[in-house]
Design a protein around this ligand. Structure first.
Ligand code: AMP
Ligand code: MG
Length: 357
């Protein structure tokens, strides 16, 4: 199937921003948002991972609006969000044992399961394929919204396709203001990178996207999980299984150069590239693993707390854009735990990767 991007001359609309209490979402505001989705339109809302752009997952015309607003290629399937485990049955053909185990431990939470889809899920929602990705979010606003609309909600990240995922309502407005009906502003999202996606539609489970739940956590529960060695690469077999992976993602306007290797070598390479780009008159940003004081236009220390790093990653990308940085030199981190998901985002956002042995 050929991918097409559903961009039309869109009519600018008023985007209403509703501030809502994340700990105890006001029912009146949830009802207002649910009304928008029930009438076939779009609402951006927070989940524990990133902000999602929601529409009724079972209605083709509503779902099409998501692809148009984001400029998302039509073969990139959406994750369907539910608020109750009992909603899963109507969306899938079969629930394997591994799914039951994972659901019992990780739902609600940042884990998405890919299963054979049932007939009621429209093809547009799944990008034309016969599996569907499903997740039950933990965020109270997301849960209340799904419950109140009474339908599963398809929700990709609420950014323009290819841009960093939004972790605050302002990011959503910057990308989609004037293109969507409503944003529920529930503050900063907790995890900051997207859900882990695991494919259970085949004989053996395989990881399609590392994310909020670590590979180690999944392995300790269900054992072996296929992890294609090329999970980070765009041109792998995996792209057929998870179409979203072939597209450039998460990218700020600045060009990201990802540098991996021992601390000293990474530092030397950084100093060399910094001098080289500054000579060309470029504004250089650095995301650094050490406390070295570089004479860059903006340096952000990655620190050693992976959860803090994940929570701030996409916001940092956008801050480099605000400062009009041309090139960001990013230091690679260890791929353990959340590190695998963070490195996956960095690699997909990168314009160039340098590995120094
Ligand atoms: P997003 O919601 O924008 O973070 O992207 C959803 C991710 O899940 C993309 O990488 C999709 O390719 C992937 N995905 C969604 N549905 C499926 C599916 N049925 N099979 C494989 N991957 C999927
Ligand atoms: Mg996305």
């Amino acid at each position: 199937m050929t991918a097409s991007i559903l961009i039309k001359n869109q009519v600018k609309m008023h985007t209403e921003i509703l501030k809502i209490n994340p700990k105890n979402p006001q029912l009146s505001k949830i009802r207002q948002a649910a009304k928008v989705i029930k009438s076939g339109n779009l609402v951006a809302f927070p989940t524990e991972t990133v902000y999602g752009l929601g529409a009724n997952a079972l209605d083709s015309r509503s779902v099409k609006k998501i692809f148009v607003a984001k400029g998302r290629p039509s073969d990139n399937p959406l994750i369907v969000h539910i608020s109750d485990i009992s909603d899963l049955k109507m969306l899938v053909d079969h629930i394997p044992n591994t799914a039951h185990k994972l659901i019992a431990k990780f739902w609600p939470g940042p884990l998405t399961l890919v299963l054979k889809k049932s007939k009621i899920v429209p093809k547009i929602t799944t990008g034309g394929i016969n599996t569907v990705a499903i997740r039950m979010p933990e965020n109270k606003i997301a849960q209340a919204l799904i419950r109140e609309t009474g339908v599963p909600i398809a929700a990709p990240s609420a950014n323009i396709s290819g841009r960093p995922s939004p972790t605050i309502a302002k990011h959503v407005f910057d990308d989609l203001g004037g293109k969507i009906n409503m944003i529920l502003d529930g503050g900063k999202t907790k995890i900051g990178i997207e859900s882990t996606v695991i494919d259970l539609s085949r004989k053996h489970p395989s990881l399609l996207r590392p994310g909020g739940i670590s590979l180690e956590q999944l392995q300790s529960l269900i054992g072996k999980i296929a992890l294609p060695s090329s999970i980070h690469e765009r041109k792998s077999k995996l792209i057929h299984r998870s179409p979203g992976m072939k597209y450039r993602h998460y990218s700020p306007n600045a060009k990201i150069i990802l540098i991996e290797g021992s601390k000293d070598k990474v530092k030397n390479k950084t100093l060399h590239l910094l001098a080289q780009f500054q000579k060309q008159g470029k504004k250089v940003g650095i995301m650094s693993i050490s406390n070295t004081k570089y004479k860059s236009d903006m340096t952000v220390f990655l620190g050693n707390k992976l959860d803090v790093l994940a929570a701030n990653l996409f916001n940092t990308f956008r801050e480099f854009d605000v400062k009009k940085i041309d090139v960001i030199l990013v230091h690679g981190i260890n791929r353990k735990g959340l590190g695998l998901g963070i490195m996956n985002r960095l690699e997909k956002a990168a314009y160039k990767k340098i590995k120094i042995d």
